[in-house]
Design a protein around this ligand. Sequence first.
Ligand code: GLN
Length: 210
Amino acid sequence: MTKPAEPRNAGEKTPKAPAHPVRIGVLAIQGDYDAHAQALREAGAEPVLIRKPEQLNEIDGLIIPGGESTTFLKFLERDGFLASLQTFVRSKPTFGTCAGCILLAKEVTHPPQASLGVLNATVERNAYGRQIDSAIQIGPTQLPGGPLEMVYIRAPRIAETGDGVHVLAERDGFPVLVEQGHIMAATFHPELSSDRRVHKRFVDLVLRSR
Ligand code: GLN
C-alpha cells in the first residue's frame, strides 16, 4: 500500500537554520585561554583557539583573555598580527578580560603602552597595589540574576570612560564590566567563576551581530 503524502503547509516557510553554530575565537598566544574556551562551550558557543592572523576570518567574535598585556603586544607585533586584529576589533564583537581589557582601551596608563584603541576608556594597569591586587568579590551587576562573583588578578582599573560606554558592574565606584556597541570588557576574570552570565551576554552580542 502506498503511503499517503505528508500534509504540507504550502504557505509556511521553513525556519532558516543558522549557517553554523556561533563560533567564537579565543586569542591563544598567551594567558588563560583554555578556561575561556570551556566557558564559551558552557555558554552555547563553539570556541576556536586563535594563534594566527588568518584564523580571524573563521570566527564571528573574539575573546582576548587575561595574561600579561606587554607579552601579548610583543607576540602580536610579529607577522602583522596586530594590524589584522586592529581591523577585526573595529567591526566584529570582541570581549577583552583583564589584560584583554587593557589591549582594547583607547588609552593605557601606569605605564602608557600601545593598544588596539577601540574601547572609549582610559585603563590603568596594576591599579590596585600589591596587597589587594588579587581578590574574589561578590558584587552587584546590571546583568539579570543578582550579584556576580568577580575574580581579580593583578587587575587594571577603568579610570575613565567616554561616549557610548555602558557600565554593567562597578567596584569601589569604578566600572569593572562594560559594553560599548560590539565591544565588551571586564577587569576581572569571568572564566574563573562557574557563573556563565557574562559569557552568555557576549554570545548573545555575537548572535545579534551575525
Ligand atoms: N597585570 C596584567 C597587565 O598589566 C593584567 C593581569 C591579568 O590579565 N590578570 O597586563
